[in-house]
Design a protein around this ligand. Structure first.
Ligand code: BGC
Length: 793
């Protein structure tokens, strides 16, 4: 018996040993899954919940000017730019950055072959630290012209070109995803970040975004189109509740994003800071999953804006796949939520999978050997050329421009000497240089009045020396009041052939612009324009104003006093050369406004609802103007703007003729053709704009809406170009909230073709026999209370 027991025990022991041996063998035989080598499912299955919670939360942010958190010490909250920042992840300090100055990173999970990827600002060029400790090399990037200028080119092929150069810098400096482009709608001229955004019109915003995304991503790097959505102000940007109707969201504020997502599949989308109809956008599943991913087919991942939203678990559940810049508390909350069931593993896996899919495409994952030597000289040439294509000639009385070569120019205005290449904050770029206007004019062969130049240089240097050092990241440089030129202006009017005055404006994230001394010219600027105009006009000499601005200003009260106005926007690092190219006529201006210049601020449709209530610290802002944004408002309500949407002069003239529709009855699609002829004396380009007036028997609709546009080639005098546009049924449709559908109403459609929204040269018509439901949508985004929306009937 004893023997039997003994042998049984030995047998059990041997069996146990063998099975253990087999398991160990099996484990040794089955190596860990690796990203790129194993299926995504295998990689995700092998991840622990902790690892997943790290991947969906960024590696943290090095607070500018803050010491690294000490070991075992919970980092403290701080207060930068008016809002509380949560504690940072010690990893941000402890793990060396791949690219110093980049805005954020994801966590690596080396055991599964998952690298950390690097994301960096911003929309007008790569924003990284230009210098590194103990490294003689520099890491400057090209400051391209700001988005508002790019949009004013109305030339998507050109904007794509910018993207190709821009994306090359992203790749060659070792970054994986650029945090741009930005495409929020210009709802109000005081929006502090309007310079980063394209237009008041969603077709322009969406088309420009798609073009630059295609260009950037052709380099094998990603983009993050931002800030999704209804982020149209900086005042209280981290908490303000934007109350917007679903129709205004669909037709205006989401439309550009949908165009860009469908046409260019950006790698990522950045959700915005604000609340939308009561909930943070980063916590809205209808916005991030139902609309963006399910309806539009977005394949990438969504990241928050930096420190955006409040509730990490709600963000995960909404489909906000990555939380940036990330802190360990968020990961802890996610792990706890999986444990208590408030976050399902399925949802977390879905977020993880979207991030991994993009990591797989990233240069870092592919082991790209970046050079740190992009072709900055070549890109500067592109920046110079593009800037001149987006400048808008607003006024040109008696051919004040172009200025013939060799002229003696008296150059006034601080920003002529201290030009503004682009705005501040994350939209700024660390560039190696900026060409001032005086330098650009001198390079073009003009004789800049030297005594005046010296006075300005001394005046500006003195003012700068008195300015506070160590400016906060969110604070634009202090404005230097214009120099008093009373005592010298007569001398200049004697000595020079012409006067050029620059008016400059700067702005950036974190604050909106003000009316006084910003939207309106300051008293010293008005005085400068008056004094110079009086003195030069008295001598029969002309005065040209250059607007070096990022957003709309008031022009109606002073424009009559000057002969020419060139809207140069913020033109990037080659600023002065680009302006000189247009001033000299080397480039014939062909830019058109993608944003209306009102006669006065009070004419703006959002003026009484910006930046919200209560006035002191707005908690909410109601978009009572509904779909009547920009020209949709000015045209429908017959308000005369100073310069309308689509407006811009040329040194030549164009004539439109022979507009035709392919059929009088709309069946699925229709083509519209028109011929454009250069009837003037110099070569030039024209922007052909197609507006549509739809039947409005059922719902209130804007008087007309831009549905297509194209820029001609450079046409020689007498040369013509045949232009063809196709309209699809979706271009005819408006959003019907009650039916949750886009519907093209039956009836007569008027196609208006012109060189601006108010300069229509040709009109043709077609008929739609039966209404078409062009797209069914999900219900969502519903405001908590009804909005007293503006109506046109
Ligand atoms: C801005 C984003 C930017 C991010 C990272 C935020 O303050 O709103 O546009 O990409 O910072 O720098």
């Amino acid at each position: 018996m004893k023997l039997i027991y003994k042998s049984a025990a030995i047998a059990v022991f041997v069996a146990m040993f063998c099975s253990l041996y087999v398991t160990v063998q099996a484990q040794q035989k089955q190596p860990l899954p690796k990203l790129g080598k194993s299926s995504l499912k295998q990689v995700i299955d092998a991840m622990t919940v902790q690892e997943k919670s790290k991947l969906v939360v960024g590696m943290g942010f090095k607070m500018p000017g803050m010491p690294p958190p000490k070991k075992d010490q919970k980092p403290q909250s701080t207060d930068i730019g008016g809002f509380k920042l949560p504690p940072s992840d010690p990893d941000a300090y402890n793990i060396p950055e791949k690219v110093p100055g980049a805005a954020g990173r994801t966590h690596a999970i080396p055991r599964l072959g998952i690298p950390s990827i690097t994301v960096s600002d911003g929309p007008a060029g790569l924003r990284i630290e230009p210098k590194r400790p103990n490294d003689p090399k520099t890491y400057y990037a090209t400051a391209f012209p700001v988005a508002t200028l790019l949009a004013s080119s109305w030339d998507t092929a050109l904007v794509k070109k910018v993207g190709v150069a821009f994306g090359n810098e992203v790749r060659e400096y070792g970054v994986d995803v650029i945090l741009g482009p930005a495409l929020n709608i210009h709802r109000n001229p005081l929006g502090g970040r309007n310079f980063e955004y394209y237009s008041e019109d969603p077709l322009i915003a969406g088309s420009m975004t798609a073009a630059i995304v295609k260009g950037i991503q052709s380099n094998g790097v990603g983009t993050s189109i931002k800030h999704y959505a209804a982020n149209n102000q900086e005042t209280q940007r981290n908490s303000v509740n934007a109350i917007v109707s679903e129709r205004a969201m669909r037709e205006i504020y989401l439309k550009g994003f949908s165009i860009a997502v469908k046409a260019s599949q950006p790698w990522t989308v950045m959700s915005s800071y604000n609340k939308l109809n009561g909930t943070y956008t980063s916590e809205r599943r209808d916005l991030l999953t139902t609309i963006l991913k399910d309806e539009w087919g977005f394949k990438g991942f969504v990241m928050t804006d930096w420190f955006g939203g409040k509730d990490a678990v709600a963000q995960m559940n909404a489909g906000n796949d990555l939380l940036m810049p990330g802190n360990p508390n968020q990961s802890d909350a996610i792990v706890a939520a999986v444990k208590d069931g408030t976050l399902t593993m399925k949802q977390l896996d879905a977020n993880v999978e979207r991030i991994l899919k993009i990591i797989l495409k990233s240069p870092t994952f592919r082991g790209y050997k970046y050079s740190d030597k992009p072709d900055l000289a070549g890109h500067a040439k592109i920046a110079r050329m593009v800037a001149s294509q987006g400048m808008v000639l607003l006024k040109n009385e008696n051919e004040a421009l172009p200025l013939t070569g060799g002229k003696r120019v008296a150059v006034f205005g601080n920003t002529s000497y201290n030009i503004i290449a682009g705005g501040t904050g994350s939209g700024d770029v660390n560039k190696a240089y900026t060409i001032s206007l005086v330098k650009g004019l001198a390079n073009a062969g003009y004789k800049v009045q030297e005594t005046l130049e010296k006075s300005y240089n001394d005046y500006i240097a003195d003012a700068k020396s008195k300015q506070p050092k160590n400016r906060n990241f969110f604070t634009p440089p202090p404005v230097i009041p214009e120099m008093d030129v009373n005592s010298i202006v007569a001398r200049e009017a004697d000595g020079a052939d012409v006067a050029v005055i620059t008016i400059g404006r700067n702005a950036g994230e974190g604050r909106d612009r003000k009316l006084e001394n910003d939207y309106y010219l300051s008293p010293t600027e008005k005085e400068l324009i008056n004094n110079v105009s009086n003195a030069f006009h008295a001598k029969g000499k002309k005065v040209v104003v250059i607007l070096n601005i990022g957003g709309v200003i008031e022009v109606a009260s002073w424009r009559d006093g000057v002969d020419g106005i060139l809207l140069a926007w913020q033109p990037g690092l080659e600023a002065g050369n680009s302006i000189a190219d247009v001033v000299s006529g080397k480039v014939n201006p062909s830019g058109k406004l993608a944003t209306t210049f009102a006669m006065d601020y009070k004419d703006e449709p959002s003026a009484k609802n910006f930046p919200g209530t209560p006035e002191k610290k707005p908690e909410q802002v109601t978009y009572e103007e509904g779909v009547y944004v920009g020209y949709r408002y000015f045209d429908s309500f017959k308000i005369k703007p100073a310069y309308e949407f689509g407006y811009g002069l040329s040194y030549t003239k164009f004539k439109f003729s022979d507009a035709k529709v392919s059929s009088n009855d709309f069946k699925g699609s229709i083509t519209v053709t028109v011929t454009v002829k250069n009837t003037g004396k110099v070569a030039g380009k024209e922007v052909v704009q197609l507006y549509l007036s739809a039947p409005n028997n059922n719902i209130d609709k804007p008087e007309s809406e831009l549905k297509a546009f194209a820029k001609t080639a450079l046409l020689a005098p007498g040369q013509s170009q045949f232009m063809l546009f196709t309209l699809h049924s979706r271009d005819l449709a408006s959003f019907y909230t009650d039916k949750a559908a886009w519907i093209a109403d039956s009836g007569e459609y008027k196609v208006k073709i012109g060189s601006s929204s108010r300069h229509i040269e040709e009109t043709v018509k077609f008929n739609l026999a039966k209404a078409i439901v062009t797209e069914k949508t999900h219900k969502g985004l519903t405001p908590e209370a009804s909005i007293n929306e503006l109506k046109n009937k």
